[in-house]
Ligand binder design. Structure first.
Ligand SMILES: *[C@@H]1O[C@H](CO)[C@@H](O)[C@H](O)[C@H]1NC(C)=O
Ligand SMILES: *[C@@H]1O[C@H](CO)[C@@H](O)[C@H](O)[C@H]1NC(C)=O
Length: 352
């Protein structure tokens, strides 16, 4: 039997948003418990490359879904204390994805990055038949980081992450799309942001090494390439979100040109957008804003998480919440940990 995967609707949105969100919404309902085969069957809207991938490699679809989830979870972490917090509540999420704002750019990028990361990870773990550890035979020897020690030999070994494979699969799945309804310009932007996400993984591979030799003499080092931890990818993409470049469509309808004078054109790793974000202060179905009423804010912080900014100057109220927590835990030989329950009072500030 095919393994079941539970996915939240919001994730499903993202996964298939390059295709046809609305059609899909009707096809599946929420919450979803599906296996890759039925995803492939139900999503007739999948076109071209995506459909091919679906039919020929259902086990990769499973990793694609994992990757999309990873991306959304990271989005929620990075935006946890901002007005738009990447909530995947279906009523709002889809609307954000249909715009050309910075937030949309981030979601596309972090999802494509998540898919790259998850598929590559699955290769290294040996979960997929199509891929495995990185082939290193064709690669030159690793460059020693410290040139002080002369006699150290270097070799590729261990299991390097085959990020090229994950990159290609993410490309095949995330970039393959139908051309219904979307303008060329919007498609170009989505593709650019997808690529920026994938590069936030691929361009930041690191080399890890291990020493071999008698009593730590390190006469031989074996090294392998590893992906950056996904949190780091998220941090990097958030920086790109802050520095995102505004673009507009050229006259030919096929090119993007940066908006503003003396602005350097965005490079491949930059996020791009073409419309200013709404302020996300009040609920608005059109823009996908859930509003910030009831959100927890920080009354002393001066950044976005501060009550003034988060609550849009509407003010806030303090509330004391009491909850139980494990405390005074003691370890008994062997092997039990016993804890007491303590009531913890915590003061929270909530937006009005
Ligand atoms: C995100 O925002 C929504 C809508 O305002 C809210 O219901 C949810 O609790 C928020 N999530 C977090 C983690 O703050
Ligand atoms: C609130 O903001 C202050 C100042 O930035 C910070 O030191 C503190 O840790 C924050 N509190 C919470 C609960 O995040």
């Amino acid at each position: 039997m095919a393994p079941l995967i539970r996915i939240q609707l919001g994730i499903f949105f993202v996964l298939l948003c390059p295709v046809n969100i609305i059609g899909l919404w009707w096809a599946v309902g929420s919450p979803l418990v599906m296996d890759p085969n039925s995803i492939c069957r139900k999503t007739k809207q999948l076109a071209g490359k995506q459909a091919e991938l679906c039919q020929s490699q259902p086990e990769i679809i499973k990793e694609v879904i994992k990757g999309a989830k990873l991306g959304i979870r990271e989005c929620q972490h990075q935006f946890r204390s901002r007005r738009w917090n990447c909530t995947s509540h279906s009523k709002y999420f889809g609307k954000v994805l249909q715009q050309d704002i910075r937030e949309t750019a981030f979601v596309y990028a972090v999802t494509a990055a998540g898919v790259t990361h998850a598929v590559t990870q699955a290769c290294s773990m040996g979960y997929l038949l199509q891929c495995g550890c990185e082939a290193t035979r064709s690669r030159g020897p690793p460059r020693p980081a410290d040139t002080g020690t002369e006699a150290v030999r270097w070799e590729w070994g261990g299991c390097g992450d085959d990020v090229e494979f994950g990159y290609e699969k993410s490309k095949q799945f995330m970039d393959g799309r139908q051309k219904t309804g979307k303008s060329d310009i919007r498609t170009l932007m989505d593709l650019h942001n997808n690529e920026a996400g994938r590069l936030a993984v691929r361009n930041y591979m690191r080399t890890e090494c291990k020493c071999h030799g008698l009593s730590g003499s390190c006469t031989l080092r074996t090294c392998w390439r590893k992906m950056p931890p996904f949190r780091e990818v998220g941090n990097r993409l958030l920086e790109r979100f802050h520095g995102a470049s505004k673009v507009m469509g050229g006259n030919d309808g096929k090119t993007l040109i940066p908006v503003g004078r003396n602005i350097k054109p965005p490079d491949k790793q930059d996020l791009i957008y073409s419309a200013e974000s709404p302020d996300f202060c009040l609920p608005n179905r059109k823009t996908g804003s859930a509003g910030t009423r009831g959100r927890v804010c920080n009354s002393t912080a001066l950044d976005m998480s501060g009550c003034d900014l988060l609550c849009c100057d509407r003010g806030y109220r303090d509330e004391t919440v009491v909850y139980e927590e494990n405390c005074l835990c003691r370890f008994h030989w062997c092997c039990v940990v016993q804890c007491k329950k303590c009531s913890v009072r915590k003061k929270l500030s909530l937006c009005m």
